[in-house]
Design a protein around this ligand. Structure first.
Ligand code: GLU
Length: 430
């Protein structure tokens, strides 16, 4: 899309320079222009309100090696309430990436009507190269480095790529030790035993499939006969596969970091989960043909679910995808160029800020349950999640029709619109 004028504040983005931040800002600019957003608010939203970059020593188990590790926490928007967003451990983590992810959290929370601004954190390590003790040390040190920034009414981390319930339990413990009493509300996505919510671990995958089923109804695709390809077999990809196959869909391809597997007749997901529990990776699973994790994207199917990392669908492979429906379970899996190729080809793209919003929605439920010390059953959590997901899907779909825009633009118009209205009401201090 050609810009009619330079976006406000475009000279000031050097600190965040990275492909992911460029994508997030380009999406914002496009939407802001389309909705005629107030330029002062537009400029405020292009940069995060707070960023912390830390470096700290990390001792390996062998006691000889001490590495310097970089950690980040970015709070994009403090207008809506405490900030909220995951923590990722990955070698690609950097300030620009974490900032892009924090921006997406802002739109996601506002779209879902959750009382949070967006945040994200990260540590630049390869968690797969770490023992459990090493991960615990990194997590506790990172937590104490960012301790002044987080808290149940300040900023609440949660799991993301490379982190899980155990990571959250260590953060909770480190934070609570410093405060002198248990503070379970400092994180969400924690284990049930220390105040976690029923249904949180599966929430993102469950929300992904809720959107997928709704979109199939809209497109006239019979979900129970549909072929689905999924890139990623972590918490999100595996849950989505399990729920979709329970509902009768055929998972024709799936992959993890190392490799993928294809079976046109449909993979046995329970058997695959048992295999991965024993062997860690999909590699060697006897139930299909081996493929690479990029080939999985190009397998003939009605529904494609990227549930791994960013920037997987680009202008290079967008023309080769077969799907009619692309559901972004990962954050930022599709480049701007790829998205316009897909839209031209009539593919319906459910954007990340809607498709994967189930995770933060149940995080919100977890936070609320913790504040009230009153815990819900799994059924209650799931029912409320589905109700919010369906409402958001319907809202975005209706808005996209009314405004004649794609679903990402509609979702962002809704999210940014709510944030802008709140900013306008609060005014400028001093
Ligand atoms: N990391 C997840 C996301 O990208 C969940 C964040 C949360 O639960 O706060 O939405």
């Amino acid at each position: 899309m050609t810009k009619t004028h330079e976006p406000p504040g475009s000279a000031a983005l050097l600190e965040w320079e990275s492909p992911m931040h460029e994508l997030a800002v380009a999406q914002l600019d496009r939407t802001a222009e389309r909705m005629g957003l107030d330029e002062n608010i537009w400029e405020r939203l292009r940069t995060p309100q707070r960023c912390l970059v830390v470096s700290f020593p990390f001792r390996r188990d062998n006691y000889d090696t001490v590495e310097t590790v970089f950690g980040y926490r970015v709070q994009h928007l403090l207008t809506m309430g405490p900030t909220k967003g995951g923590l990722r451990y990955d070698l690609d983590v950097g300030l620009g990436q974490v900032t892009a992810l924090a921006m997406w959290m802002t739109w996601k929370c506002a779209l879902m009507g959750l009382p949070f601004g967006g945040a994200k954190g990260g540590v630049r390590i390869d968690p797969r190269s770490c023992s459990s003790r090493e991960l615990q040390r990194v997590t506790r040190r990172y937590t104490s480095e960012i301790i002044d920034m987080i808290g149940p009414d300040r900023d609440i981390p949660a799991p993301d790529l490379g982190t899980d319930q155990q990571t959250m339990a260590w953060i909770l413990d480190t934070y609570s030790q410093q405060k002198g009493h248990a503070v379970p509300g400092v994180v969400t996505g924690k284990p049930i035993e220390v105040g976690g919510s029923q249904g949180r671990a599966e929430a993102t995958g469950r929300g992904v499939i809720s959107c997928t089923v709704d979109a199939c109804r809209e497109l006239g695709i019979d979900f129970s006969g549909a072929r689905i390809a999924i890139q990623g077999f972590g918490q999100v990809g595996a849950t989505a596969a399990r729920i979709a196959s329970h509902l009768g869909a055929r998972i024709v391809a799936i992959s993890d970091v190392k490799s993928g597997i294809v079976n046109e007749q449909g993979l046995d997901i329970a058997a695959l989960e048992a295999w991965v529990a024993e062997n860690r990776f999909i590699e060697g699973f006897p139930g299909g043909e081996t493929a690479s994790n990029v080939e999985v994207l190009e397998v003939p199917c009605e529904i494609l679910i990227p549930a791994a990392v960013q920037n997987q669908i680009t202008e290079t492979n967008a023309g080769r995808l077969h799907c009619r429906l692309l559901v972004e379970a990962a954050n930022g899996p599709t480049s701007l160029e790829a998205e316009s190729i897909l839209l031209d080809r009539g593919v319906l793209v459910i954007p990340d800020i809607l498709a994967n919003a189930g995770g933060v929605t149940v995080s919100y439920f977890e936070w609320v349950q913790g504040l009230q010390q009153f815990f819900w059953s799994e059924e209650e959590v799931n029912d409320r999640l589905i109700a919010l997901m369906q409402r958001a899907f319907r809202d975005v779909l209706d808005l996209s029709k009314a405004e004649n825009v794609d679903l990402r633009t509609a979702a962002m118009i809704r999210g940014i619109g709510r944030v802008a209205e709140a900013k306008r009401r609060r005014g400028v201090f001093p």
